[in-house]
Design a protein around this ligand. Structure first.
Ligand code: HEM
Length: 194
């Protein structure tokens, strides 16, 4: 998905797409990084691997995934301001803005429950970590939906240059396979309701 997006969008070029050229490649990269950041925490039973996994998770999410997402979105928002065009007028745009605001809450939930021994959440930071986990799995699904809507319903840059079969494999089967991998390793017993 990442390679196809990069080849197709960068292949279309700056002359055809302007600054928009950076939006899909960067945001698809961010989603892949998020998948990696979730995966690196699963499964984490031994305390040592847990600690290392948590450190890796924070480096990957805060050091790479979120900055790349902010860059990919920021460039688009900037291009729209510069061209004096409306924001979030498609379902993709609206859901994406919602998901990115949710992401802010996600960082507060995660950081708040581990930084400074979870002081932000008082006596039971572990419970908030469980909410961070459940919310993170839900948010990952929403980001995948955002991407799918972006591919099919906002810009024809990918749909026009790809066959039905390529689109099916790259933007449907591949993300479903990744989601299957991620969700099959999630444990319901570690969610807040259990
Ligand atoms: C997870 C991946 C993605 C995220 C998080 C994301 C995020 C966003 C956000 C937040 C906006 C609203 C910006 C604004 O209103 O100023 C937006 C708009 C847009 N995105 Fe994406 N995007 C993603 C992937 C894609 C892809 C793959 C494409 C196309 C191939 C795409 C095409 C567009 C277009 C054309 C707009 C302008 C339409 C609108 O604002 O509703 N996006 N995106």
């Amino acid at each position: 998905m990442l390679v196809t997006t990069w080849i197709k969008v960068f292949g279309a070029g700056y002359d055809a797409l302007g600054l928009f050229m950076y939006h899909p490649p960067l945001n698809v990269l961010a989603l892949c990084v998020f998948a990696f950041g979730i995966w690196t925490l699963q499964p984490s039973t031994h305390p040592r691997t847990k600690q290392r996994g948590l450190a890796r998770h924070q480096i990957i999410m805060l050091g790479l995934g979120i900055p790349v997402l902010l860059a990919g979105t920021g460039i688009l928002v900037y291009a729209k301001f510069a061209a004096n065009r409306a924001h979030g007028y498609t379902l993709h745009g609206k859901l994406a803005i919602f998901a990115e605001l949710w992401l802010v809450a996600q960082v507060v939930l995660g950081g708040g429950s581990v930084w400074f021994n979870g002081k932000l959440f008082g006596r039971d930071p572990k419970r908030m970590w469980k909410w961070h986990r459940a919310s993170g799995y839900a948010l990952f699904l929403v980001f995948n939906a955002v991407l799918w809507l972006g591919v099919y319903y906002t810009s024809p840059v990918l749909t026009n240059s790809s066959s039905f079969f390529t689109l099916l494999v790259v933007y449907n089967i591949a993300p479903l396979a990744v989601m299957f991998g991620i969700y099959s390793r999630a444990r319901l017993s570690k969610m807040p309701l259990w």
